[in-house]
Design a protein around this ligand. Structure first.
Ligand code: NI
Length: 263
């Protein structure tokens, strides 16, 4: 079974055909998807989708571009939703210095606050990090490295849409026990660095994700993405690792089940 660990089916882009699309996923071999919170408005939608469909799970959290909305009320809304058995993680949280919509110190404190909530509940985090390699690694080390409050957690989290150096990837996976989320970008011709990271990283640290409706793989680059495109990503990973697509599917399914404690 294929598990898509990062989707946004709550997005307006799916308003026309959400139900039909979700119900078609099983036929495409997609057995479970994790819908990831981003904006404050997305939170009740994520929860509703997870409660409605048995194969949809959720993560609750505010994206770094949105943390201006992280009031005590919204924080409590996130904390309360974590009690729902279908909500498996806190995310997506992190740092985004590309768009830089919120001040860096505001982003960093919201990242820490939400990650500490996850640690307190024993849940993994889903990290969004763009052009913030150093500050992200510093905070992850502080929280999950030696002496950090999350050090002892068996399952810590995933670096969604991994886009940093090989050196950092080795630290995140083999030193800190994080997973790398690999999506459509790995199929892009110009993604040389990511292809090298995937080739170098043991399969036991990789997760499949689409980030749909964004980041459709080749040959659909630029179009609306969906979990149905995951086979293109699986094929590329298999080619990079010199194994079969079936092996990629099985290993990433086991990884997703382990990290998110999927029933
Ligand atoms: Ni996302």
């Amino acid at each position: 079974m294929i598990i898509d660990t990062h989707v946004h089916y709550d997005d307006d882009a799916f308003d026309e055909d959400r139900e039909a699309l979700l119900l078609s996923l099983a036929n495409a071999g997609i057995g479970a998807v994790i819908d990831i919170g981003s904006t404050r408005e997305s939170l009740p939608k994520v929860l509703a989708l997870a409660r409605k469909y048995p194969f949809v799970y959720g993560a609750m959290g505010l994206h770094p571009d949105e943390v201006g909305d992280l009031t005590d009320e919204t924080f409590a809304e996130i904390a309360n939703a974590l009690a729902d058995p279908k909500i498996l993680a806190v995310g997506e949280i992190g740092l985004d210095y590309y768009w830089n919509k919120e001040a860096k110190d505001v982003q960093m404190s919201a990242f820490r606050r939400q990650a500490l909530l996850a640690i307190e509940r024993g849940l993994p985090i889903v990290i969004h990090s763009r052009e913030a390699a150093k500050d992200t690694l510093d905070i992850v080390r502080e929280l999950y490295g030696p002496g950090g409050p999350g050090e002892k957690l068996a399952q810590k989290g995933v670096m969604h849409c991994y886009s940093y150096a090989m050196e950092d990837a080795r630290i995140y996976t083999r030193k800190l026990g994080f997973y790398l989320g690999i999506g459509g970008v790995v199929t892009f011709k110009n993604a040389k660095k990511l292809k090298e990271v995937v080739a170098d990283t043991p399969l036991e640290y990789l997760l499949l994700e689409t980030d749909c409706p964004y980041l459709a793989p080749v040959p659909y680059r630029g179009k609306r993405n969906s979990s149905q495109n995951l086979p293109y990503i699986i094929e590329e990973i298999a080619a990079l690792k010199g194994c079969t697509p079936k092996e990629v599917e099985e290993a990433t399914e086991a990884n997703a089940r382990r990290l998110f404690k999927l029933p």
